[in-house]
Design a protein around this ligand. Structure first.
Ligand code: SF4
Ligand code: SF4
Length: 179
């Protein structure tokens, strides 16, 4: 496969600095509302906070790839004496939990690094994190060319996984006939 240069965008997370204020969830959901900034619902955010104030656990995790199957094994993590749940560090939108799913449709949500036109100076969750628990980095790497799925393709993939290809085709055909 051909190699190409790719800009890698990274959000570095410093759990020790996070206060659990959830400003990152609020701005992410507002930015992705339609129309933009018309509503604020953290359940629609592409970053979520694993939060347990009694244990002083504040862990921001941003949404990664959609996966059709949940993993078979689970891990527990102990970091600086605090125990984290089996799926706490996982970024996947997966069948075993509600995280990173559009609450109405159930379609997967994925962080798009606040893609915008013109581009944002930095991701909005980073900008709104006043405690610098989130910081933004870019670097270039040589990678194999990949086919990048956009939100629509990811959503369609999950619909096909859930309902089967023929049902999706039949439904689209019915809807377009109505129009
Ligand atoms: S905005 Fe920053 S401090 Fe607040 S919850 Fe998000 S990561 Fe933590
Ligand atoms: S980078 Fe943008 S899309 Fe990704 S979690 Fe942060 S605010 Fe949401």
């Amino acid at each position: 496969m051909a190699k190409t240069k790719k800009k890698i965008k990274v959000i570095r997370i410093d759990m020790d600095k996070c206060s659990g204020c959830r400003a990152c969830e609020a701005i992410c959901s507002a930015f992705h509302a339609s129309p933009k900034y018309s509503s604020n619902n953290p359940a629609r955010a592409r970053i979520r906070l694993v939060r347990d104030p009694f244990e002083e656990i504040f862990l921001p995790v941003y949404a990664g790839e959609y996966t059709a199957a949940e993993c078979m094994g689970r891990d527990k993590y102990v970091v600086e004496g605090k125990e984290y749940g089996e799926c706490d560090f996982c970024r996947a939108s997966c069948p075993s939990r509600d995280a990173f799913k559009e609450p109405d449709s159930g379609l997967p949500l994925k962080c798009d690094m606040c893609e915008d036109d013109p581009p944002q100076e930095e991701p909005l969750c980073v900008k709104w994190c006043l405690l610098d628990a989130l910081t933004y980095e870019e670097r270039e790497e040589e990678v194999e060319e990949e086919v990048k799925l956009d939100d629509l393709e990811t959503g369609l993939e999950s619909l096909v996984d859930n309902y089967g290809l023929q049902k999706v085709i039949d439904t689209v055909a019915r809807i377009t006939q109505k129009g």
